[in-house]
Design a protein around this ligand. Structure first.
Ligand SMILES: [Zn+2]
Length: 184
C-alpha cells in the first residue's frame, strides 16, 4: 500500500518571482539552483576538453587570462565546463527572439552587435556565451548560456535601434526570455 503524501507547494523566495521590470542585470544569478554550477571542488588547471578553458582559483578563464603565477599541473584533469555542458545539452539560460521587418533589413549590423555583446560578456565571465543563432519563420533566435547575456543583448538592441523590448522570466527553469521587435 502506498503512503500518500498530501501535495505541498513549497513557496520559493518571493524575490525570485516573475519580475515585471527586470531591466537591471541580476548579479550572482549562477549562485542559486543552477544545476550546471560546479558543486565539486575542481583543482586548479582543470581543463575543459571542448573549449580548452581552464579552471583557476574558483573560476573558468581562457589561456590568455590565466594568471602567470602558479605552476601548471603535469596532467590537468579534463572535464567539460558548465558552458559547454549547457551548449551540448541545449539548455540555455537565455533566449532572445528578434522579429519585425527591421531585423532583416539590418541583419548584418544586428549580428555584429550580438557578437560584440557576446564577446564583452565572455570577457566578464568565461561561461557567458551564445549557444546558437538561428533564423526561421521570420524570427531570429539567439540562445545564451546565461540569462545575463540575453538581457544584455536585449538592452543593446534597444539602445542601438529602439524598437520594443520585453523581458520574461520562467522561474522554474531559470530561463530569461527577451523579445525584441522593430517593424520598420
Ligand atoms: Zn568548455
Amino acid at each position: 500500500m502506498r503512503h500518500e503524501e498530501p501535495v505541498r507547494v513549497s513557496r520559493k523566495d518571493p524575490t525570485l518571482g516573475v519580475s515585471k521590470n527586470p531591466v537591471h542585470i541580476r548579479r550572482n544569478v549562477e549562485d542559486f539552483d543552477d544545476p550546471y554550477t560546479e558543486t565539486a571542488q575542481l583543482e586548479n588547471h582543470t581543463t575543459c576538453r571542448l573549449c580548452a578553458y581552464i579552471y583557476m582559483s574558483g573560476r573558468w578563464c581562457s589561456k590568455e587570462e590565466l594568471p602567470s603565477n602558479g605552476t601548471k599541473a603535469k596532467e590537468p584533469a579534463m572535464v567539460i565546463c558548465p558552458a559547454c555542458r549547457k551548449s551540448q545539452d541545449r539548455v540555455p539560460g537565455g533566449v532572445v527572439t528578434l522579429s519585425g521587418g527591421f531585423v532583416w533589413e539590418h541583419e548584418e549590423e544586428i549580428m555584429n552587435l550580438i557578437k560584440n555583446e557576446a564577446g564583452k560578456g565572455q570577457a566578464v565571465n568565461a561561461l557567458e556565451r551564445v549557444i546558437s543563432l538561428d533564423s526561421s519563420s521570420g524570427k531570429m533566435e539567439i540562445t545564451t548560456t546565461n540569462e545575463k547575456l540575453a538581457q544584455r543583448i536585449g538592452k543593446a538592441l534597444h539602445k542601438a535601434y529602439d524598437g520594443h523590448v520585453e523581458y520574461k522570466w520562467s522561474e522554474d527553469t531559470k530561463l530569461a526570455r527577451v523579445n525584441w521587435r522593430r517593424d520598420a
